[in-house]
Design a protein around this ligand. Structure first.
Ligand code: SF4
Length: 375
């Protein structure tokens, strides 16, 4: 067995890729103390249990998205209070300034989100590539979440120095059709596959509290854990219901459900960074501490998560200080990618027009909100 298992990220025979829904549900439903003990044991075998990775999330292009994700206030189909402050792309200078601010506050990773269905070749994508080069040169990990991606676009991001690409599965394949009608689960998997053809690490997780069953939560963990390799980063979000979206009336997620989800993700994906994402403002510090004990070792910091509220980074640093947690440095688990300058690029824009699926099912609830928003 590897002696350096906290940091080297090597694969280990104990990482299984054949979990079944039944096995995962049995883990999730264990008596809580037993589940916590098991998850914490796995956690300290593969990770330093007293360290946490801190990322910041920047919305580089906000709102006006064509998709109908029922949880998302950035969809143009719903009438929400999302201020379209970055409807145009954020400038590279602004992104650099924000990244430097996050770095000085202790963040090691900058994740940039654009409200797009998929990446389109052209000036906006070129600007994103320049942002990636700029942040990588600040010696920070760079992550992007830009929607669906072709293999050529993934290669271009890798060349620019992208460290991670986020593309969440959101929920189980079965329940996905109740949340999004404008693209398919297979499209999601295809993008993850395109990212996997490069040296970019994969960040993929989901959301709980959208009305899904326990079986759906387990189904999502089956889909993630059976990927080989498993995603290096797995964000677990608790829905933040936003007025005007089809899921505005969902009940808040109980903290113990969140703890169970984190612990189960930790057990079935022992080497991944499990990330506490949206929904932290609804959690007490004690609740978050329990999530860290259950195996979460990454958080998003900064007062906004794209458009929803998040604890202030200073409050987070104070909490981590109280818990005696060490803030991870950049590139502790994977080496820093090299940045190839635009003029030396091996890959060029192909001007592709990929045919991503447009499934023809309709979600009544989403349609209802769309009709209301357009009147
Ligand atoms: S989650 Fe992403 S793809 Fe879906 S509506 Fe929001 S911005 Fe668009």
């Amino acid at each position: 067995m590897c002696e350096n298992q906290h940091t080297c990220g090597c694969s280990n025979a104990e990482t299984r890729h054949n979990w079944t829904k039944e096995e995962i549900m049995a883990i999730y439903n264990k008596p809580l103390m037993e589940l916590l003990y098991e998850a914490a044991t796995v956690h300290r075998k593969y990770h330093d249990p007293n360290s946490v990775q801190v990322s910041t999330l920047l919305s580089i292009k906000t709102g006006g998205c064509s998709e109908d994700c029922a949880y998302c206030p950035q969809s143009a189909r719903y009438e929400t209070e999302v201020k379209i402050e970055n409807a145009d792309m954020m400038s590279v200078t602004h992104v650099k300034a924000q990244a430097l601010r996050a770095k000085s506050a202790g963040a090691s990773r900058v994740c940039m989100g654009a409200a797009w269905r998929n990446v389109k070749d052209g000036p906006e994508f070129e600007q994103v590539l320049e942002m990636v080069r700029t942040i990588n040169k600040l010696d920070m990990e760079v992550c992007c979440t830009l929607g669906m991606l072709t293999e050529n676009q993934a290669q271009r991001l890798a060349e620019a120095g992208l460290y991670a690409y986020n593309h969440n599965l959101d929920t189980s394949e079965e329940y996905y059709k109740e949340i999004i009608s404008t693209r398919s689960y297979d499209d999601r998997l295809k993008t993850i596959d395109n990212v996997r053809k490069t040296n970019i690490t994969v960040c993929s997780g989901g959301i709980i509290g959208m009305g899904e069953s326990l079986e759906d939560r387990a189904g999502m963990l089956v889909a993630l854990s059976t990927l080989n390799p498993q995603p290096e980063s797995v964000p677990i979000n608790a829905l933040v219901p936003v007025e005007g979206t089809p899921l505005e009336d969902c009940e808040p997620v109980d903290i113990f459900e969140m703890v169970r989800m984190v612990a189960t993700a930790r057990i079935v994906m022992p080497q991944s960074q499990v990330r506490l994402s949206a929904g932290r403002t609804q959690m007490s510090q004690e609740g978050q501490a329990l999530c860290f004990f259950a195996g979460a070792n990454s958080i998003f910091a900064g007062d906004k998560l794209l458009t929803t509220p998040n604890p202030d980074i200073n409050e987070d640093m104070q909490m981590l200080g109280v818990l005696g947690m060490r803030i991870q440095k950049p590139f502790e688990t994977h080496p820093q990618p090299q940045t190839v300058e635009a003029e030396d690029s091996q890959y060029h824009s192909l001007g592709e027009n990929p045919k991503w699926t447009r499934p023809n099912h309709k979600i009544e609830r989403n349609e209802g909100k769309r009709v209301r928003a357009t009147h």
